[in-house]
Design a protein around this ligand. Structure first.
Ligand SMILES: Nc1nc2c(c(=O)[nH]1)N[C@H]1C(S)=C(S)[C@@H](COP(=O)(O)O)O[C@H]1N2
Ligand SMILES: [Mo]
Length: 532
């Protein structure tokens, strides 16, 4: 007996299954990562594997569209193989399934062996393939039922178990234009169209999503015209002690963005307006054309508790804000700059602090790289001496010169202060709270910061003993925190260790404990250790 599911229908079913698989994988790759999308992964892998001559020929034929052409070719090949899988499946489901599984294996291997593959890069392909197999089996089953001349290798060898099917068996194919057949055709077509639509939508979304990564990868930051003098003194290397410069990956992140805003340099604009003589609009190129400076600046979050780690120091590269604001020309009476991020977060910075000669900047670089996306790519504000919530606007696109009595920022509307100079703070990193240490010489170490005033001294105390001066690590200037270190001759028992700093103006860190709301926590950090 001949299979009488028309080849056109079974091929369509195979392609519908393939498109469902691609759609599923494409959507999942939005979560897992760009390189896990099967089609681009296969296309990229093919480029890597093909002989140089082919690659050059491809570029010769398709020019700048070589990537798109490659994707179209890959899609055509995959769909052709899926059509084959559909035709095979109408004769033997396992045979058709094997083709789909083989395709998924090739794509999964391609995705997980890309140089920048994320963990689980094969997962979207494998889950997509499962969706494809389910579709293939479902539609093929419908087709076999509607075209019962097919040699169905069912698990149940008795064909007459269903009276309806038995009747169908006797009806010649062309004499039976039954609704079941049109139903299968419609289901297969709809599935193919839906799968194709979702796959294309997913690919477009992925493009949007990855435009930002691509834009960042393409950035070449100009050199700084002015770099900070090398910090004088030693950087302490004590296990557990915060390094002088915080690596980007370890830098704390605080923002209200549920999804990280994904900007591109090409799309970025900064508008400077409000109480100014001349409104300005800057593009990315305008910004890079300005003199860029490198500065080490310690940034802290107002919600950092005593002893907390929502603080870090980076070497920022950017354009100074003061000259830019002067070009716009603030008008009389203005006392605040309300900055707004691409996602609508707002921040109020005293105009005086931006113009008083400190290195307030529009930063584009962080520790030698373009800003990481989560730290504000492509441009953020950094202002020495002020908590991030009143100075550190990430993804900044708008500066409005205004007055404190006219405008309020995001956190000010939620019970936090309108202004926020960073309070003098110090922290014990080593030993950690609650640890056991052996008696004898014990190294105490930590960091202290009083941004824009500088740290003049750090003292430590054991139990109720006298305060003794710690040695200070490298001095990067008043905007940068300082490491400190002290040696303690530890005696057995439980001990309390405390630290306090004095700022560059000779003022001692505030002892009284206060919580972070509304303008930053105060109090001396203490840890307890057991000496054995
Ligand atoms: N757009 C935007 N910028 C923002 C915030 C935010 O929520 N949205 N949070 C601010 C706060 S409270 C802090 S402490 C700093 C933190 O910067 P970081 O995440 O790069 O460490 O960013 C500031 N800039
Ligand atoms: Mo913050």
């Amino acid at each position: 007996m001949r299979a009488d599911v028309p080849a056109r229908l079974s091929a369509l079913i195979g392609m519908a299954a393939g498109l469902v698989a691609l759609a599923g994988a494409q959507l999942l790759s939005l979560i897992v990562g760009a390189t896990s999308a099967p089609l681009p992964a296969v296309a990229d892998a093919a480029v890597d594997l093909m002989p140089d001559a082919w690659r050059e020929a491809g570029i010769g034929w398709f020019g700048r569209n070589d990537k798109a052409a490659l994707l179209v070719i890959a899609l055509a090949v995959v769909l052709a193989l899926c059509a084959l899988a559909g035709v095979l499946a109408a004769r033997s489901l396992p045979a058709g399934s094997v083709v789909v599984v083989a395709l998924a294996c090739v794509a999964g291997i391609a995705a997980s062996t890309r140089p920048d593959a994320s963990a689980g890069a094969a997962v979207p392909t494998l889950l997509g393939a499962i969706a494809g197999l389910v579709t293939l089996h479902g539609l093929t089953g419908m087709a076999l039922a509607a075209h019962p001349g097919a040699p169905v290798r069912t698990l149940d060898p008795e064909p007459a178990s269903q009276p309806v099917a038995a009747t169908d068996l006797e009806v010649p194919d062309d004499a039976r234009p039954g609704p079941a057949r049109r139903g299968v055709l419609r289901a297969a077509s709809l599935t193919a169209v839906a799968g194709g639509t979702v796959a294309v939508a997913g690919a477009l979304l992925a493009r949007l999503r990855h435009a930002s990564d691509d834009s960042r990868a393409a950035v070449r930051l100009p050199d700084a015209v002015d770099a900070p003098p090398a910090a004088s003194g030693e950087e302490f290397d004590v296990r557990g002690l915060a390094p002088r410069i915080t690596p980007n990956d370890d830098f704390y992140r605080i923002d209200t963005a549920f999804l990280v805003p994904r900007l591109t340099t090409a799309g970025w604009r900064l508008r400077v307006h409000g109480m100014v003589a001349r409104e300005l609009t800057l593009t990315w190129d305008d910004l890079l054309a300005r003199d860029l400076v490198d500065r080490e600046i310690t940034m802290a979050c107002v919600s950092n508790p005593v002893g907390g780690d929502l603080v870090g120091t980076a070497r920022w590269r950017g354009a100074l804000l003061a000259p830019l604001l002067r070009e716009a020309g603030p008008t009389a009476g203005a006392d605040m700059v309300l900055s707004t991020s691409d996602d609508g977060w707002t921040c109020s910075t005293p105009l005086a602090d931006l113009l008083d000669g400190r290195d307030a900047m529009l930063a584009v670089g962080m520790n030698g790289e373009p800003l990481p996306l989560e730290h504000g790519f492509p441009v953020r504000m950094v202002v020495p001496g002020l908590y991030g919530f009143v100075s550190g606007t990430k993804w900044v696109t708008d500066l409005r010169v205004t007055r404190f009595d006219r405008d309020r920022a995001y956190w000010t509307d939620r019970g936090w202060s309108a202004r926020g100079p960073i309070k003098t703070s110090s922290r014990i990193d080593v030993p950690a709270d609650g640890v056991e240490v052996p008696a004898g010489a014990v190294t105490l170490a930590g960091v202290a910061w009083a941004p824009h005033r500088g740290v003049a001294g750090v003292e430590v105390q054991v139990d109720e003993g006298s305060w003794t001066a710690a040695s200070l690590g490298a001095d990067g200037g008043p905007d940068v925190w300082r490491q400190w270190r002290a040696s303690w001759n530890a005696t057995p028992g439980k001990h309390r260790l405390r630290v306090r700093a004095t700022d560059g103006q000779g003022r001692l860190q505030v002892e009284a404990r206060q919580g972070a709301v509304p303008d930053g926590a105060t109090g001396w950090h203490e840890v307890y250790v057991t000496v054995t």
